[in-house]
Design a binder for this molecule. Structure first.
Ligand SMILES: Cc1cc2nc3c(=O)[nH]c(=O)nc-3n(C[C@H](O)[C@H](O)[C@H](O)COP(=O)(O)OP(=O)(O)OC[C@H]3O[C@@H](n4cnc5c(N)ncnc54)[C@H](O)[C@@H]3O)c2cc1C
Length: 213
């Protein structure tokens, strides 16, 4: 079980092994890792097929179901309400008998056993596996400190979490010391990995000024 090394503490005892085996009996015809736009498009095609996989399980690392990521800029500039980014209604997955697991990234794939293991300890076997994980933002070295942490006032603007982090008025919003957020990630017309001003990305109205003290 060398591949399960990251979960060593959980697999070393007989009880843990037995529990793992029991959980691994959960088997899906299809597992999709990543609940982004590509995943949603694939699902939309699949549910129209008469011979679609009977049991489809989707693991998403984000806290909410797939949304239109391209519209994040418009949400940030308040041009559109959050609901505009919804790709499907909240009950869509259940109606199509698709098991969506949010906020639980897959951390290990045991290809020999056709088994995936998630961050929160879910074990699920598959017959077919699709990786729809998207890409991580590139971070220029000058955007990070010596430990690799983002410099103050620089953030990734790639997903809902990043959006909630910089959008004013959100419960998770944080302020920045310089009064302006800079972003690193996609969304720039000049390509990913650029750092630019959030206001340029979305719209002039989106200039994120320092809240009054
Ligand atoms: C602000 C912004 C604006 C953009 N504008 C445009 C545009 O105008 N035109 C354009 O063509 N493109 C645009 N893009 C890019 C476009 O959004 C991406 O190309 C597209 O979302 C890629 O889709 P995807 O499904 O492959 O990946 P993603 O949409 O990134 O989805 C991948 C998902 O997989 C999840 N994931 C990753 N690893 C795991 C794991 N181990 N377990 C579980 N889940 C995992 C991620 O959290 C993510 O939710 C923009 C992107 C951003 C952020």
């Amino acid at each position: 079980m060398a591949k399960a090394e990251p979960l060593k503490a959980a697999v070393n005892t007989p009880e843990a092994l037995a529990a793992k085996e029991k959980r691994a009996r959960t088997e899906a015809e299809l597992i999709i890792i990543g609940n982004g736009m590509a995943c949603q498009r694939l699902l939309a095609e699949l549910v129209q097929q008469p011979n679609r996989p009977a049991r489809i399980v989707v693991f998403g690392a984000e806290a909410k179901p797939a949304y239109n990521r391209v519209l994040l800029s418009s949400l940030l500039s308040n041009e559109l309400p959050d609901s505009a980014a919804e790709l499907v209604s909240p009950d869509w997955y259940a109606r199509h008998n698709i098991e969506l697991i949010c906020d639980d990234a897959v951390v290990l794939i045991e290809r020999e056993r056709k088994l995936v293991i998630s961050q929160h300890g879910r074990y699920c076997r598959y017959q077919q596996l699709v990786l729809a994980c998207g890409a991580l933002p590139l971070t220029p070295t000058y955007a990070t400190d010596s430990k690799g942490n983002l410099q103050p006032d620089i953030c990734h603007f790639r997903n809902w979490q990043g959006f909630s982090h910089i959008a004013p008025g959100r419960p998770a919003a944080t302020t920045c010391s310089s009064g302006r957020w800079w972003f690193s990630g996609a969304g720039s017309r000049r390509g990913p990995a650029k750092i630019g001003h959030a206001g340029k990305l979305a719209a002039a109205r989106c200039l994120l000024t320092k809240p009054p003290a």
